[in-house]
Design a protein around this ligand. Structure first.
Ligand SMILES: Cc1cc2nc3c(=O)[nH]c(=O)nc-3n(C[C@H](O)[C@H](O)[C@H](O)COP(=O)(O)O)c2cc1C
Length: 192
């Protein structure tokens, strides 16, 4: 049985050793990221998710900024290992969209922020797995909220966008170790 979804999920790992060899051209990569953002669902189809794809010098500037903002608390080798990749996807949700939905549908007011986070998680997994299925390595990073203001300046991101995660990706310089076997019955209960 071929199952491209499972193949993509299997291809996804945390890859920390990256290089600048890109399996896709820049145009293909841009179309790919746009298409994944288009296809990932959101509650009430509210389209609360936002992404910035930082490439080339903008990707480098981001990781230099992370190094500077942490004032030596994050090792240069670490930020350089991210800089060694092709690009970074920055994931946000748009607070203005959520506030509009809360006004329009007051009965869901408490849930809209939670659904926005859930949809963002779906987007993160879809892009992480998808880019790995395309031959990239990637890892998910969280330098927010320390970098929030600088990210706004660097990429012209509106005040209402809330930064949630950074997906660093690039060519694969080294593969991660295989994962330990897991008895999945400890986490999946079958009811029938
Ligand atoms: C919600 C979430 C947050 C994570 N945050 C980080 C992070 O900040 N830095 C990092 O290097 N890895 C982060 N990871 C990666 C996990 O540590 C990693 O996925 C896990 O150990 C399993 O390894 P694998 O990705 O190779 O399967 C995160 C993963 C998830 C799902």
């Amino acid at each position: 049985m071929t199952d491209t979804m499972l193949d993509a999920l299997r291809a996804r790992r945390s890859f920390y050793q990256l290089n600048k060899q890109s399996p896709l051209t820049e145009d293909e990569l841009i179309r790919y990221v746009e298409e994944v953002v288009r296809l990932v669902p959101d509650a009430y189809d509210m389209k609360s998710q936002r992404a910035v794809l930082a490439l080339g010098a903008q990707h480098d500037r981001l990781w230099d900024a992370v190094y500077d903002l942490f004032g030596g608390k994050v090792a240069r080798e670490k930020t350089d290992s991210f800089k060694a990749g092709v690009g970074t996807v920055l994931f946000f949700y748009d607070r203005a969209t959520i506030e509009r939905m809360q006004r329009d549908i007051p009965s869901g007011a408490d849930n809209f922020p939670l659904w926005a986070l859930q949809s963002n998680g779906m987007l993160q997994l879809a892009l992480w797995s998808g880019l790995c299925a395309q031959g990239y390595g990637a890892s998910l990073q969280h330098y927010n909220p320390v970098i929030d203001e600088r990210v706004r300046e660097l990429f012209g991101v509106p005040e209402e966008y809330v930064l949630l995660a950074q997906l660093v990706f690039g060519g694969i310089a080294a593969h991660p170790e295989p994962k330990a076997e897991e008895d999945i019955s400890a986490r999946v209960k079958i009811a029938r």
